[in-house]
Design a protein around this ligand. Structure first.
Ligand SMILES: [Zn+2]
Ligand SMILES: [Zn+2]
Length: 233
């Protein structure tokens, strides 16, 4: 009873609107949960868009470390963009359940082409993680481990904070500004052959590629990426 009262009090202070249809009262209404589903993402090289596969193309292969990417939705999708913003910046844990259900439903399409992968987050710097209260990439990696019944390890540690602008540029990858951004977690017991890196959003891919590089430099053979949304630059 007490929790119901406090819930009503919170709802009246912060009225909620459906992410899909903006109806007041709930973050995800029954109608939207039945009818809404995003348009499928067009396959193509995660870095240049060429081709019709999720694999990194031959042209980009020479200068990148990631082998391919599974994407739930394009970041331009307003429903998913708003969900990610509320999840990440407002820290709304209710969005957790909504996103989890989407990922469960999309799981067959997102399945990485590896037989025995280990799922690992692209970690935030610990200061940022502390400020935000949770690491959304870690949450996504945990979901994937659960959904695909595979292990989840915190294989990487982020060594420094980067300006978010720096991560958006295509060029930083080539300039090496993100070199050494990640190192292997000293607590990692073994290095798996296949790793699927999880993150919420992929834009230029510079950050994820820096993570993939660290893994490959340390003996991982194949690295796939799995993200909720892929944006344009
Ligand atoms: Zn709705
Ligand atoms: Zn390419």
């Amino acid at each position: 009873m007490e929790s119901l009262i406090s819930k009503l009090a919170i709802d009246s202070l912060f009225p909620r609107f459906c992410l899909g249809c903006h109806a007041e009262g709930t973050l995800w209404c029954l109608t939207c949960s039945i009818n809404w589903w995003p348009a499928p993402v067009r396959f193509g090289c995660p870095f240049c868009g060429k081709g019709s596969l999720q694999f990194v193309c031959v042209d980009c292969k020479g200068e990148s470390f990631l082998d391919g990417l599974s994407v739930f939705v394009h970041y331009g999708n307003p429903v998913v963009r708003e969900a990610i913003n509320q999840w990440k910046y407002i820290g709304d844990k209710t969005v957790n359940d909504i996103l989890f259900r989407w990922i469960v439903r999309a799981a067959p399409a997102l399945q990485p082409p590896f037989s025995q992968p280990v799922f690992a987050p692209v970690p935030l710097h610990r200061f940022k993680c502390r400020a935000r209260g949770f690491d959304q990439a870690g949450v996504l990696a945990d979901w994937c481990g659960q959904i695909y019944n595979q292990p989840v390890f915190d294989l990487l540690v982020r060594t420094r904070q980067t300006a978010s602008q720096a991560q958006k540029s295509h060029e930083v990858r080539k300039l090496g500004e993100l070199d050494g951004l990640f190192c292997i977690n000293p607590q990692a017991i073994e290095i798996p052959e296949e790793v699927v890196l999880c993150d919420d959003v992929f834009t230029s891919g510079a950050t994820m590629d820096a993570a993939a590089r660290c893994l490959k430099d340390n003996g991982v053979k194949r690295v796939w990426g799995l993200v909720i949304a892929k944006g344009n630059l």
